[in-house]
Design a binder for this molecule. Structure first.
Ligand code: FES
Length: 160
C-alpha cells in the first residue's frame, strides 16, 4: 500500500487507542479514503492484514456505509440530504437546481470528471434543511439562490 507517511502515522497512532485492534477498522477506512480518495480492494486487504481480520469484514463495512467509495470518484462530491425533514424543506428541488447548474445528473459524474452529485441520508442538520455537503463543507438552509451560488463556486466562477 502506497500511503502518505502522515496517513501511516495516523494509523499507527489510532490502533492502540482501541482495546481490540479490529475495532479500529472504521477509522482506518476513513484515513485510507482521505489519503487515496477511495478504498481499493488492495487497501481493504491491507487493512484486514493490519488488524488481523478477514478481508470480507472490511469489505462488508465499505459496502454498507455509502460514505466509502470503492472506485476513484470526481474531484468534487456534492451530497444532498433527502431524508424527510430536508425533503419537506425542498431538497429535491435543490438537487434539480444543482444538477442543472453543474451539468451533472444524480448519481453520476460530470463529463469533465470534476463533479459528482449524490443523495445522502440525514447529514445531522435536520432543523436547518435543506442541507447539502460539498466535500467536507456543510451548507444549511440552501434555497435556490444559495444553490446557484454554491454551484458557481464549485465551477470556480466569481459569486456576486
Ligand atoms: S434530514 Fe437532512 S440533515 Fe437531517
Amino acid at each position: 500500500m502506497n500511503l502518505k507517511p502522515e496517513t501511516l502515522a495516523q494509523i499507527e497512532a489510532v490502533i492502540p487507542k482501541y482495546p481490540v485492534a479490529r475495532s479500529a477498522v472504521l477509522p482506518l477506512l476513513h484515513f485510507v479514503q482521505a489519503d487515496q480518495g477511495y478504498v481499493s480492494g488492495e487497501a481493504m486487504e491491507w487493512i484486514a492484514e493490519k488488524l488481523q481480520i478477514e478481508p470480507i469484514n472490511v469489505y462488508e463495512l465499505v459496502t454498507f456505509y455509502p460514505f466509502f467509495k470503492e472506485k476513484p470518484g470526481a474531484r468534487r462530491l456534492v451530497r444532498v440530504c433527502r431524508t424527510l425533514p430536508c425533503a419537506l424543506a425542498g431538497s429535491y428541488k435543490i438537487c434539480d437546481t444543482l444538477q442543472k447548474e453543474l451539468g451533472c445528473t444524480l448519481g453520476n459524474t460530470s463529463e469533465d470528471g470534476e463533479v459528482q452529485i449524490e443523495f445522502a441520508e440525514c447529514l445531522a442538520g435536520c432543523g436547518t434543511g435543506p442541507v447539502i455537503m460539498v466535500d467536507d463543507d456543510f451548507y444549511e438552509n440552501v434555497d435556490e439562490t444559495k444553490a446557484i451560488a454554491i454551484a458557481a463556486e464549485i465551477k470556480g466562477e466569481t459569486v456576486e
